[in-house]
Write a protein that binds this ligand. Structure first.
Ligand code: SF4
Length: 301
């Protein structure tokens, strides 16, 4: 910009930067799921995933480079924590995914799930400001009803979401309604246990009236028995809710967990349905390119 004075240009160069991101790699799965590896100007890597559906294009986005929570079943947790993403990086990623969606699927994004790398509630301000940009008319103008934030259960910030009267949806990565089992696979439960989570969710529901979704990964022989389903149904009685059961995706062959078999999964579903719970089984997408739940690990950087 040679019409600016040399001194101003030098100052701009020294004190400012555009926190722009670029696409480092793009992989397309057999089922048309697309995984994109983004890189930042300081060489941090983070992924975003596009998932096609009937009349839908969903973007799964990350809020941190790596993740500090180290859930045992998750490939991202094994990367450790690098840093929080800025508003510009989170929104920039959504913008880029929207462009790819238009090009590859012929439609703009219809839904956004904040379920990629990182714990969004540990990057609270940047995540909420990025969502505000996504739903604002100057941003993507998307309805907040089409945005879902998923947390491992950071209870003070769940209460904060209620106080901030969020309009988007909240989802909890629960994976077990038994304190000792949950602590085994999700160390965050040692700090914010199920009793604290339950209290925070009651507070959230009382203030917002919003239905909560629980994500529950079915791990063979670990959390897929009828007793586990019973505990889940009791825990989920806190407020109106929906339960998404998720097929487990081993990130590699040496993985210590296995996916539940069909019969056990079916029994689990039937038990919950008999308790009048709304249950959906989420079949995995993008497994062949490591783009499914718990598989994001910057493998192609
Ligand atoms: S499951 Fe989510 S919260 Fe847990 S380690 Fe992975 S990215 Fe972090």
């Amino acid at each position: 910009m040679s019409d600016l004075s040399k001194k101003l240009r030098e100052n701009l160069k020294e004190y400012f930067y555009f926190d722009n991101i670029s696409i480092s790699n793009k992989q397309i799965s057999k089922d048309k799921t697309i995984k994109i590896l983004f890189s930042s100007i300081d060489n941090q890597y983070f992924e975003g995933v596009l998932i096609p559906g009937k009349g839908r294009a969903t973007a799964c986005i990350s809020t941190q480079a790596g993740c500090p929570l180290n859930c045992d079943f998750c490939a991202t947790g094994k990367l450790g924590f690098h840093r929080n993403l800025s508003i510009g990086e989170i929104f920039g990623k959504v913008f880029e995914l929207n462009e790819v969606s238009k090009k590859e699927y012929g439609r703009a994004l219809t839904n956004i799930v904040i379920m990629g790398m990182g714990e969004p509630l540990l990057n609270y301000e940047n995540t909420l400001n990025a969502v505000n940009k996504i739903i604002s008319e100057k941003g993507l103008g998307m309805s907040p009803q089409r945005v879902t934030l998923s947390t491992a259960g950071i209870t003070p910030q769940i209460k904060q979401l209620a106080d901030d009267k969020i309009k988007f949806n909240l989802s909890i990565s629960l994976h077990s309604a038994d304190n000792s089992k949950r602590s085994e696979i999700m160390p965050v439960n040692k700090k914010y246990d199920l009793e604290m989570l339950s209290a925070a969710l009651s507070y959230f529901y009382d203030k917002t009236g919003k239905r909560i979704t629980y994500e529950y990964l079915l791990l063979k022989g670990f959390n897929d028995s009828i007793k586990d389903a019973e505990k889940l149904s009791r825990f989920a009685k806190i407020s109106p809710c929906k339960i998404n059961l998720i097929e487990y995706n081993p990130a590699d062959t040496k993985d210590k967990y296995l996916a539940s078999d069909n019969k056990t999964t079916q029994n689990f579903i039937e038990f919950l349905e008999k308790k009048n719970m709304v249950v959906t089984l989420r079949r995995s997408k993008g497994q062949d390119i490591n783009a499914a739940c718990g598989q994001l690990a910057n493998k192609n950087q």
